[in-house]
Write a protein that binds this ligand. Structure first.
Ligand code: P5A
Length: 444
């Protein structure tokens, strides 16, 4: 990819209405453009990161046994009347009338719609357990949309829905998602803390939020430091007992959001040295709510004893677009974003210091092609801009690696390599570029 043929509208000035680093940096690096309050267009670099996050989220959902579907953004209001949420959901729900004066709603979540799919096709315990997920845009008419994509009105969510025969199996489905969430966030370079949480309008009495500690988080969280030390073994899904053990180990430690926090309990259970308190960004939320929807919507199944019963359900959300803001909040400096390798828009930016020099351009293209052949996403900055602008844009966008190709070093068979996270640079023979970059990718 040549930068001059691409579209990255970077800007030096801080947007005045953007209050937190991720919002400022997403606008300045040309990832998003605000269209109206809480609604954004995704520009090429932003969309690339969004797709990379989606891929990791999807991969971990499938690893945990969930199956992808795609439900529409617009839903019939009748389903919501059946569950009783049409009235209770309130002003956050966007209601639209079509030409026949039928009311549609732009889905803020999909419990009702997926229950309708389930009841149409699934009648027997033999089809269980089942977990269906989709990655789809949601709309919530938030009272105070703010902080860019952190609290948008239109936002991308991964939502999964589990169906089980009984409470015991529903618990296992919940635990599998619990593990999938920890694995997903780890792959995104985030240390997510599962905290016991209120279930709000989704319902049920078992619910956990997954929060990333950051000063700009919207809620307060309290937990035991030991919670952060638990490791998950690669083969976790090979046995249900393993899954149960690991999750119950997590659940043994104190962790709560401000609405569930109990100061006395916290002080009794957690030594002062191990008390972690901080602000948290909620990047995921999981719920187990039994038959809250299956009962009013009559989603029942025949058990192996021939008796009909309501299916047990849970729902599991990840804020895919919010994750971008969360990653940037935890990984930036005064120059710009520092992307983890797993989601960087391009891994390598090859800066051409002298566009008019054929040798420099040829070398940039040669390195770029070599990298691409090895599935290392790269871009060549061939713009007619000063070296200073090229360097500052590279740091602003936060490519993990920048290569600098200039006539002087090239004479000696060298290029300069810069690592964004470490902030160091080295002169290396251009023949070693691929090897050094591969090592770097492997390290992270
Ligand atoms: C779980 C999946 C639900 O909606 N129903 C389906 C359940 N949960 S939730 O907690 O309300 O949302 C899931 C995640 O979506 C993100 N999120 C948002 N992201 C950006 N802007 C918003 N306005 C917004 N609202 C929710 C959060 O990451 C949340 O955990």
């Amino acid at each position: 990819m040549l930068w001059s043929n691409y579209f990255i509208p970077t800007q030096k000035e801080k947007p005045i209405d953007a209050k937190i680093p991720s919002h400022q940096l997403m606008i300045r690096s040309g990832m998003i453009k605000q269209e109206s309050s809480g609604i954004y267009s995704w520009l090429p670099i932003g969309l690339k990161v969004l797709k990379k996050i989606e891929t990791i989220v999807r991969d971990e959902q499938e690893r945990a046994g969930a199956i992808e579907i795609l439900m529409p953004t617009l839903q019939s209001s009748e389903l919501w009347s059946e569950s009783g949420r049409y009235d209770s959901y309130g002003d956050e729900m966007l209601r639209i009338n079509d030409r026949h004066n039928r009311t549609l709603i732009y889905g803020p979540t999909n419990e009702e719609q997926v229950t309708e799919i389930f009841r149409k096709y699934i009648k027997s315990y033999k089809s269980l357990p089942l977990n269906l997920f989709h990655i789809q845009w949601k709309f919530r008419d938030e009272v105070r949309p703010r902080f860019g994509v952190m609290r948008g009105r239109e936002f991308l969510m991964k939502d999964a829905y589990s169906f089980d025969l009984n409470q015991e199996e529903a618990k296992l489905s919940y635990y599998k998602m619990f593990i999938a969430y920890l694995r997903t966030f780890e792959r995104l370079g985030l240390n997510a803390i599962p905290v016991s949480a209120d279930s709000g309008p989704i319902g049920g009495n078992l619910s956990h939020e997954f929060s990333i500690v950051a000063d700009t988080g919207e809620s307060e969280i309290f937990c035991d430091k030991n919670l952060l030390e638990i490791c998950i073994d690669e083969n976790i899904y090979s046995s249900n007992d393993k899954i149960i053990d690991v999750v119950e180990n997590y659940l043994n430690f104190y962790s709560a959001t401000d609405d569930k926090h109990d100061v006395k309990k916290f002080n009794n259970l957690v030594s002062k040295d191990n008390q972690v308190t901080g602000r948290g960004i909620e990047v995921g939320h999981i719920f187990s709510f039994g038959d809250k929807y299956s009962d009013p919507m009559k989603a029942s199944i025949i058990g192996n004893d021939g008796k009909m019963s309501n299916v047990y359900m849970g729902s599991y959300g990840i804020g895919v677009s919010r994750l971008i803001a969360a990653i940037i909040e935890t990984s930036n400096d005064e120059k710009g974003i520092i992307w983890p390798i797993s989601v960087a828009p391009f891994l390598v930016n090859i800066i051409n210091l002298k566009n008019k020099d054929d040798k420099c351009m040829d070398k940039c293209i040669e390195i770029h092609n070599d990298l691409e052949k090895n599935d290392i996403d790269s871009i060549v900055d061939d713009r007619d801009e000063s070296a200073g602008k090229k360097f500052s844009d590279s740091d602003l966008i936060g490519f993990p690696v920048t290569l600098v190709v200039g006539p002087r070093e090239l004479e000696n068979g060298n290029v300069e390599i810069r690592f964004r996270r470490e902030g160091n640079n080295q002169i290396i023979p251009y023949d070693n570029v691929l090897k050094i970059i591969k090592n770097k990718l492997f390290e992270e």
